[in-house]
Design a protein around this ligand. Structure first.
Ligand SMILES: Nc1nc2c(c(=O)[nH]1)N[C@H]1C(S)=C(S)[C@@H](COP(=O)(O)O)O[C@H]1N2
Ligand SMILES: [Mo]
Length: 314
């Protein structure tokens, strides 16, 4: 008997992979099984790693996506090699070991997809991914600074969040915007225990409506891979990377400050506002410098990651 059930609103099926990508990944997997199997008797970890690496998808295996050039074309740094971005993701729903995440992310099905925009708005609505993309895609090269003192430079493709907010029409009482990622348990994943999933983040309405704030659907001329937050993730370049919630299913306008995942887990390590600030060390390391992933370089970290957003905090 064929068992079929209707997808729920948040529940994606299928993914934006090309046929070539599927073939390439299968080939890599078979090669790795051979190599991994032999290695396993000697060194189980090396074998597991080889299989994980073989299963990981790279950016060029994702479907093309184009965005019009924007005012933010030059981040003052070379682009991070896409492989470094695809192979070193933070996606805690899939575990804390970055190298294992890309292979696990293949279980994330991200199409079709919809985002609910609700709360204190005139027009609460469920937006299909296609309709969000139709608001107009731009390409923007942004620096990304993780609170763990590593950095990326990524040519994101996405829609300015303010476009979506304009469509929803925030009510006068709206002061904050809450973001919610895919529920990992409902999606059939097995996230680490003891954490308040789904992942949530929040911005003030002014921060959310700032021209720099982006809903990204792609990078490097392609759709986002699941490990990097497909099909839609938040990008706030002047804040620490954890503000950029991945795989968004809900955007809610509210009157009170919404919770932030890492801020609620460890408030003394992760602030709510989380603007990049080299003068305030993390309790366990300095924030004065950052390592540019994919290179051997380390450079000074700039206040607000070098972005001029002073008007927001005057
Ligand atoms: N849902 C979700 N979003 C998330 C995270 C996460 O674990 N889960 N990690 C955050 C952190 S700490 C960073 S630095 C960025 C990393 O984005 P990247 O893996 O695409 O480089 O995603 C952010 N968004
Ligand atoms: Mo991060």
């Amino acid at each position: 008997m064929v068992f079929a059930r209707r997808a729920r609103a948040w529940e994606p099926v299928g993914r934006p992979l090309t046929d070539e990508a599927v073939h390439a990944a299968r080939r890599r997997f078979l090669v790795a099984l051979g190599a991994g199997g032999a290695a396993a008797s000697l060194l189980a970890v090396a074998g597991r790693r080889r299989v994980e690496d073989a299963l990981a998808l790279d950016v060029e295996e994702s479907a093309p996506l184009a965005g019009a050039p924007s005012a933010w074309r030059d981040a003052g740094r070379p682009l991070t090699p896409p492989r470094a971005v695809a192979r070193f993701p933070n996606y805690f729903e899939l575990g804390g070991e970055k190298r294992a995440v890309p292979a696990r992310a293949r279980r994330l099905a991200t199409e079709p997809w919809a985002v609910v925009v609700d709360g204190l708005v005139e027009r609460p609505e469920r937006w299909t991914l296609e309709r969000v993309l139709a608001l107009g895609l731009e390409e923007r090269v942004y620096r990304h600074r993780c609170v763990e003192a590593w950095a990326l430079t990524v040519p994101w493709i996405g829609v300015p969040l303010r476009r979506l907010l304009e469509e929803a029409r925030p009510l006068a009482a709206a002061r904050y915007v809450a973001f919610e990622s895919l529920d990992p348990v409902a999606a059939g994943l097995t996230p680490p225990e003891g954490f308040p999933f789904p992942y949530r983040e929040g911005l003030t309405l002014a921060e959310a409506a700032h021209p720099l704030t982006l809903l990204a659907a792609g990078y490097y001329g392609r759709r986002l891979l699941p490990q990097n937050g497909a099909p839609l993730r938040l990008v706030v370049p002047w804040k620490y990377g954890f503000k950029g919630a991945k795989s968004l299913v809900r955007v809610t306008l509210c009157a009170e400050r919404p919770p932030s995942f890492w801020n609620s887990v460890a408030p003394d390590e992760y602030g709510w506002t989380a603007n990049v600030d080299p003068s305030v060390p993390h309790p366990r390391w300095s924030q004065a410098k950052e390592r540019l992933l994919g290179t051997n370089d380390s450079v000074p970290t700039l206040p607000c990651n070098g972005y001029d957003v002073g008007s927001l905090y005057a």
